[in-house]
Design a protein around this ligand. Structure first.
Ligand SMILES: Nc1nc2[nH]cnc2c(=O)[nH]1
Length: 433
């Protein structure tokens, strides 16, 4: 087993990988509740949707573990479920069956492009400054999500979109306690600091009566058959639906590429040229997960930014992903237990991870405007539009344009121009709200 997962090459151990897997799982377990809750707005029934969410995560993450041997977890994307529920179904008026058809078409397209190595060719065309910006932007985006989940930052007033939360409320105080505990443990270099922080905060929260004790610990998974195989591929292929299919495709395409590169940078898995060796493998795991998810009755599924939590705990191989998949599988039967972890407990991990993920900012050339500006726009738009795809698209579009404007167009590779075109089409076709 150790040889299969190449533990020696990655200087890792069962203990470290297991702690990493538990950490990543606890950081992303919210998806078991949140994904079905969001998709209910699209009309997908919550019970079957919970089972579909878990099974999609297990499928993708097992592929990532056993085929790609990378410490990345896979689950349905939050940016995409919201886009599908609120924009495609609620605003544009399509059925969820048609929307899932679009996800399936995008998944097939991903798979074909991955098999023909087009995706890895494009990923390798991205310059180092943008790759660093992806990692930094994702880190700060995670922090922003964490600050919001813990209640430290809340929705603002007109003219000031965010404001400080109520720091006297018990849940916010618990989050502050959990955060300080976690960073203290990290300063003392204690492995598992993030898990300890999450679990200690959850236990204290239950003890203080802020989080209710679950009424039961074991439950049978809801029957998913009402939504399995209900997607409508024929409707999704209607040419009037093309902008939606393209948007789903581009958003997921850029998100996955950026996430894989950003996480790999943090895990020190990139080679000297800044590329991830055998990147086709995690990409194929991700592409197949996106293809299978709509068949199960859920939305675009891909490599999760929360995997950064396990990477911080030292997770380097597919064994970390295998632990995550195993815990997701268990959650099919123990969901009341796993889902008690409140947002003010898992949010802590997201804030902590952000502080590590900003490190590559020092590799961005601040003295060269043609490198600095696209990287800067990537980072700030990722956070302030609350959309990884928009930040990346802006960086990918402005990079070649600024190089050309500076008379340095020759520094831009062919693949980068293709990405710029893809990025531009996101802005053209992104359905207007
Ligand atoms: N990469 C990525 N990770 C996520 N984790 C939760 N939602 C998302 C998402 O939309 N993209």
């Amino acid at each position: 087993m150790k040889r299969f997962f190449k533990f020696d090459q990655h200087h890792t151990s069962y203990r470290r990988e297991t702690v990493a897997g538990i950490t990543t799982f606890l950081t992303m377990a919210y998806i078991i509740i949140v994904n079905p809750a969001i998709l209910e707005a699209a009309g997908i029934p919550r019970g079957p949707s919970t089972t579909a969410t878990i099974v999609a995560a297990v499928f993708g993450t097992v592929m990532m573990a056993l085929y790609a041997n990378r410490p990345f977890a896979i689950a349905p994307y939050m940016s995409e479920n919201a886009f599908i529920a609120f924009t495609v179904v609620k605003v544009l008026g399509y059925t969820w069956q048609t929307a899932l058809g679009a996800v399936f078409v995008a998944g097939i397209l991903f798979t074909v492009l991955t098999v023909f190595k087009v995706r890895s060719w494009l990923a390798e065309a991205i310059p180092l400054s943008l790759k660093c910006a992806f990692a930094v932007g994702i880190g700060l985006f995670l922090t922003f999500i964490g600050l919001n989940e813990t209640g430290l930052v809340t929705l603002g007033v007109p003219g000031a979109p965010v404001k400080m939360g109520n720091i006297a409320s018990p849940s916010v105080l618990l989050a502050v306690f959990g955060y300080l505990l976690t960073v203290f443990l990290m300063t003392r270099r204690i492995r598992g600091a993030i898990v300890i922080g999450i679990v200690a905060t959850t236990v204290l929260s239950i003890a203080c009566g802020v989080t209710p004790m679950p009424k039961e610990f074991v439950s049978l998974p809801p029957d998913p058959t009402p939504i399995v195989g209900q997607l409508s591929i024929a409707n999704a292929l209607d040419f009037r639906f093309f902008p939606v299919v393209l948007t789903i495709f581009i958003m997921a395409f850029l998100d996955t590429v950026g996430t894989l590169i950003g996480l790999s940078m943090r895990a020190d898995l990139l080679d000297e040229a800044g590329n991830l060796p055998e990147i086709e493998k995690p990409m194929l795991a991700d592409a197949l997960a996106t293809t299978v998810a709509p068949l199960l009755g859920t939305t675009t599924t891909g490599a999760y930014i929360e995997s950064a939590a396990g990477i911080e705990e030292g997770g380097r191989t597919g064994f970390t992903a295998l632990v995550v998949a195993g815990l997701f599988l268990l959650s099919l039967f123990f969901s009341p237990l796993f889902t008690i972890v409140p947002p003010h407990a898992y949010g802590i991990a997201l804030i902590v991870i952000g502080s590590f993920m900003v490190e590559p900012i020092k590799r961005i050339d601040f003295d060269d405007f043609t490198e600095l500006v696209p990287a800067f726009l990537t980072i700030v738009l990722m956070i302030f539009t609350y959309n990884i795809g928009v930040g990346m698209s802006t960086g990918l579009l402005t990079y070649p344009l600024l190089k050309a404007a500076a008379g340095r167009g020759r520094e831009v590779s062919a693949g980068m121009w293709v990405l710029a075109l893809l990025a531009m089409s996101l802005f053209i076709f992104f359905p207007k709200m």
